[in-house]
Design a protein around this ligand. Structure first.
Ligand SMILES: [Fe+2]
Length: 194
């Protein structure tokens, strides 16, 4: 077994490709589990916020995409519960200030755009993509950390969710490009002519 003693600062970072799990680092393990609690809170919060976003959306296409992602989000919640179990930790949520803030902003966007307008959908898409990007950053870094810490099974689950978040983000971009942005732009032009 190679020497796995931790070197502090400077050259502490290991290059990829080490085959054996490093010695458990209690501080890092705690940080990792805290991060899981944070994203667990965020996902649970999202399962309640997404249906509201869905209702606020104008087009059927966007509503459907959000509905599908709500089902996926429920899956993400139970996947995280599996992660806690694999780590032998209690399933626990810890308030995620970032997600709370993103969703508050999303509420404001809905309040500030007209019901039934295409601008509303542009706003909902922007808000939803901000949420997706937060999740992509979280799952991406936590999956990588799980691998480094030797939790391959956990990394696999986190990567599965990561891929679904990326897909959801891509779909939102497609919906925006396939006319919603353009139609919102036309909506503005029509208003100016009045
Ligand atoms: Fe998710």
């Amino acid at each position: 077994m190679p020497n796995t003693k931790t070197k502090k600062a400077g050259s502490a970072k290991k290059t990829n490709g080490h085959a054996t799990a490093p010695q458990p680092n209690a501080q890092l393990e705690k940080f990792f589990v805290d991060q899981l609690k944070d994203i667990y809170w965020a996902e649970k919060h999202l399962t309640k916020a997404l249906p509201k976003m869905q209702k606020a959306a104008t087009t059927e296409e966007l509503r459907q995409a959000i509905e599908e992602h709500t089902a996926q989000t429920e899956e993400h919640v139970s996947r995280l519960e599996q992660v806690f179990e694999l780590l032998g930790k209690k399933v626990q949520a810890k308030k995620c200030d970032a997600m709370e803030g993103l969703l508050k902003e999303g509420d404001t966007v809905v309040e500030e755009t007209e019901d039934g307008s295409m601008t509303r959908d542009v706003g909902v898409i922007v808000s939803a993509q901000k949420v997706e990007h937060y999740e992509i950053a979280t799952y991406g870094s936590l999956a990588q950390l799980a691998t480094t810490m030797g939790h391959e099974d956990v990394a696999t689950l986190l990567n599965q969710t990561l891929e679904e978040e990326k897909e959801a983000d891509k779909l939102l971009t497609e919906i925006a490009e396939n006319n919603i942005n353009w139609e919102a732009e036309q909506e503005g032009a029509a208003e100016e002519e009045e």
